[in-house]
Design a protein around this ligand. Structure first.
Ligand code: IPD
Ligand code: CA
Ligand code: CA
Length: 251
């Protein structure tokens, strides 16, 4: 496991170097669909390639599931899950809020999450059962109650966010960074206290391991046990979790 962690960190940092170099430049943006919600730049695909080739040098037989390339299936029980830039809109518009993410799944369980914010040089990682870290210092979720909490909200193409006004009233403030993975990192380190996410992909949700390893809680949106395929989640410091689930699911 130590080797997997070190290689994932190396891959995330190498991609981060490219991203830092290109950050201030004007980007050619391509839209993945007519809604223009999902965007990609050449840097996303370049970073996907760099990360994949570094991982493959040491782990040639693992499966690979990345946002910007077709999946590689090798019948391994291990799968690398890559989001080369989470927060591409921010990256492409010179908003310095995005991360490189490399996670590792064994069968259905995420066992490693490495997330690197190249602009602020912040490296978040967690290994299953070993705690969560920011730049090698152990991190922990906040202990705030709902009334004093800051809650991130993020969504893909889902339209129904009718619980927002309730959530606004019951919490202290709503936040939206448009980088789900950065928001998961921020819950883990206690910069925000909860996160409600709808309609996202496996690579956006895999780093939720950071939150559980930092002492927080993750469930699916309806409060049932979280799985990567459910496309949504509620992440929290644990203290406010049941209240968040209640607000989001109130009919
Ligand atoms: C996006 C981010 C964002 C979410 C978008 C995603 P990308 O991922 O996770 O937070 O709101 O729906 O597409 O495309 O920047 O990797
Ligand atoms: Ca993403
Ligand atoms: Ca991405």
């Amino acid at each position: 496991m130590k080797e997997a962690k070190n290689i994932a960190i190396k891959a995330a940092r190498e991609a981060g170097k490219i991203i830092r170099q290109k950050f201030g430049e004007k980007k050619n943006i391509s839209f993945k669909d007519s809604s223009q919600l999902s965007i990609v730049t050449k840097v996303d695909t370049e970073c996907q390639k760099i990360i994949t080739s570094i991982l493959k040098e040491t782990f040639p037989d693992y499966n690979i599931l990345g946002e910007e390339a077709p999946p590689e299936k090798n019948n391994s029980e291990y799968t690398w899950i890559i989001d080369p830039i989470d927060g591409t809109y921010n990256f492409a518009h010179q908003i310095p809020l995005f991360v490189v993410s490399v996670a590792l799944k064994k069968n259905d369980d995420v066992i490693l999450a490495v997330c690197y914010d190249p602009i602020h040089d912040e490296l978040f990682y967690a290994e299953k059962g070993m705690g969560a870290y920011l730049n090698d210092k152990k991190i922990q979720v906040s202990g705030k109650k709902l009334a004093h909490s800051s809650i991130g909200v993020d969504w893909g193409k889902e339209e129904d966010f009718s619980f927002l006004s309730d959530l606004q009233k019951r919490s202290s403030r709503l936040m939206g960074y448009r980088s789900t993975i950065l928001e998961l990192c921020y819950v883990a380190v206690g910069r925000i206290d909860g996160l409600v996410v709808k309609g996202l992909d496996v690579w956006d949700l895999a780093p939720s391991l950071l939150v559980t390893e930092a002492g927080g809680k993750i469930t699916a949106l309806d409060g049932s046990p979280f799985t990567l395929e459910k496309k949504d989640l509620i992440a929290s410091n644990g203290v406010i979790h049941d209240e968040l689930v209640g607000i989001v699911n109130k009919k």
